[in-house]
Design a protein around this ligand. Structure first.
Ligand code: ARG
Length: 564
């Protein structure tokens, strides 16, 4: 059921033949206020060909339009205003949501085809930063949206588990570390060695040489180097998995950078065969000056491979393994040049599927306007943030609903959900400031507000548990107070489509806030449980709102507690 199509069809029947359906689709507007109807059509473009003033044209056309399906069709100046028939519209929308339940809004755009999603991808032996949190939650949500559009998402954690930083870590560990310290508090102590390494290397550049030598040993398969590396990796993964469990995020593959070690030679050979590899002061590069980019460094003078070399191998591997229709990378904006180069080199190699690669970039999270960086040790430890949010949620639950059962579970869902929701409601390219107090509020533009609205709606339904409104034939609701909410429910499939097209979970988060707000207004103005002819439809509306709020939260990776 598509209400805009109704308007388009009504118009096409009365418009001159040279006006196409696409033109009409584009011209139709949604008026800002409800007194101008649900849709409006401006007639200005017809003035020239019809040799008439636009307001005359509008008046003429209104007389000819078939009014079936509309409450009324009128003209205001040069505009034709369409008022949908509230009864039939609401009846259609509510039946659709009640029947489809969580599947409401599902679409078959993807036809089951594979979409690898490179997401989270933290670096081993460092704490997961807020940037990796962003990648994790944006990736998780994008995967759910893709799935709803019937693509088959494949979530890949491209762990940063290879590279010169491990040389630095080994040097640091050997100089200042001990097995006992690392076992006691792995990530914090490994980070300490890393930070100290950088500080001391400022005055002692020979430390950098040592680090390079250790990484070279790793690449050459040295046993001691690899043993330390595997140990660091194992400990780091244990900690990351704890955070993933809290966020409710899972992966299909943990294939990090090291996974591609044995696929590196093939990539370098192909580059050489295709005549793309150039020597530059002992290193091997691909020249990209034709695109005003600095060269892609493929192998260093000592033969060591680089980040982009591993990404080239990974991209090819994903194409060969998954035969993807598109391949997504959820990585911060600061790497946009890297992905430009990656796509360009693949293109030069003759892989036209490089066009199907999209870098889904996002901005930084700041606190008090300051950027966070691991290298200086200036990180917010993610688990600390999550725990603080949960504690704050618990405090509010204790004030509002002290007798609630499973208080700890609900606080966890609300606190973690608040952090995730806040991240996703911002357009991903925007940088935003993180202020815990604001994020966990139960009112305003927050996740807890949406969760709370859903819980409140569920409590109404509990009171009506003995009524079988869901089976009622007539779900028409002409009540003007309900109109905004009903129209929002109808928009949900289009909202998902749009969120998917631009890879933007914020579209869904903003929609959920709007729906929650409109429902709360409705709730404040109507006696939902009043026993009159509209009862079934009103309950169906409440039920539909919970269905769509829950599915919106689900698509964002946020839980929806039944009570809070
Ligand atoms: N580990 C990298 C970092 O933290 C992100 C990796 C992103 N994925 C990729 N295929 N390059 O900066």
């Amino acid at each position: 059921m598509d209400s805009k199509k109704l308007v388009v069809d009504a118009l096409l029947k009365v418009l001159p033949d040279e006006i196409t359906e696409e033109q009409v689709q584009k011209l139709i507007e949604k008026p800002k206020t409800s007194d101008l109807g649900d849709y409006a059509f401006p007639t200005f473009i017809l003035a020239k060909s019809l040799h008439k003033a636009p307001n005359m044209i509008a008046e003429d056309l209104v007389g000819k339009i078939d009014q079936a399906g509309f409450e009324k069709v009128v003209n205001t100046g040069a505009y034709i205003n369409f008022f949908l028939d509230k009864s039939s519209f609401s009846n259609d929308v509510l039946h659709a949501v009640i029947n489809d339940k969580a599947n409401y809004g599902n679409q078959d755009e993807g036809k089951g085809r594979n979409v690898p999603i490179d997401m989270s991808s933290p670096n081993i032996a460092k704490p997961m930063s807020m940037g990796h949190l962003r990648s994790t939650v944006i990736g998780n949500s994008v995967a759910k949206i893709e799935k709803k559009l019937n693509y088959q998402p494949i979530k890949i954690n491209h762990l940063g588990d290879w590279g010169t930083q491990f040389g630095k870590l080994i040097v640091g560990y050997k100089m200042w570390g001990s097995e006992a310290d690392v076992e006691a508090d792995p990530i914090n102590n490994l980070l300490k060695y890393y930070v100290r390494f950088h500080k001391e290397a400022e005055d002692k550049p020979e430390l950098d040489d040592e680090a390079r030598a250790w990484f070279k040993k790793m690449e050459d398969g040295d046993e001691e180097a690899l043993k330390l590396w595997a140990w660091f990796k194992d400990l780091s993964l244990k900690e990351f998995n704890r955070i993933y469990a809290r966020l409710g995020v899972t992966f299909d593959h943990y294939t990090g950078e090291s996974f591609y070690n044995d696929k590196m030679d093939a990539i370098v050979d192909t580059l050489r065969e295709k005549g793309l590899l150039k020597e530059s002061r002992g290193a091997e590069i691909v020249d990209l000056s034709d695109h005003d980019l600095s060269p892609a460094l493929i192998r260093k003078t000592d033969g060591a491979t680089l980040y982009i070399t591993r990404d080239l191998a990974a991209a090819k591997y994903r194409k060969d393994t998954f035969d993807f229709v598109k391949s997504l990378y959820i990585v911060g904006s600061e790497q946009s040049e890297h992905f430009k180069k990656l796509k360009l080199v693949l293109k030069k190699m003759g892989y036209d599927w490089s066009d199907d690669i999209t870098h889904i970039e996002f901005g930084l999270i700041t606190t008090g306007g300051k950027k966070l960086s691991t290298r200086k040790g200036n990180v917010i430890l993610l688990e600390g943030v999550l725990q603080d949010a949960v504690d704050l949620a618990k405090k509010q639950i204790n004030e509002k609903n002290p007798d609630l059962k499973n208080k700890d579970d609900v606080a966890e869902a609300v606190g973690v959900g608040a952090v995730v929701f806040h991240d996703l409601k911002n357009e991903r390219r925007d940088s935003f400031d993180f202020n815990l107090e604001e994020v966990v509020r139960f009112e305003g533009e927050t996740g807890p507000y949406v969760q709370y609205t859903n819980a409140r709606a569920l409590s109404i339904l509990r009171k009506a548990a003995n009524l079988d409104y869901a089976d009622a034939d007539d779900l028409s609701l002409a009540d003007p107070e309900a109109w905004d909410t009903i129209k929002l429910l109808q928009e949900f499939p289009a909202v998902i489509k749009r969120a998917g097209r631009i890879y933007e979970p914020s579209v869904i988060a903003k929609y959920a806030l709007k729906l929650a707000k409109s429902f709360n207004q409705y709730y404040a103005h109507s006696k939902i449980l009043n026993e009159d002819a509209g009862l079934n439809a009103r309950l169906a509306l409440v039920k539909s709102v919970t269905t769509v709020l829950q599915e919106s939260l689900n698509l964002l990776g946020v839980k929806a507690p039944e009570e809070m």
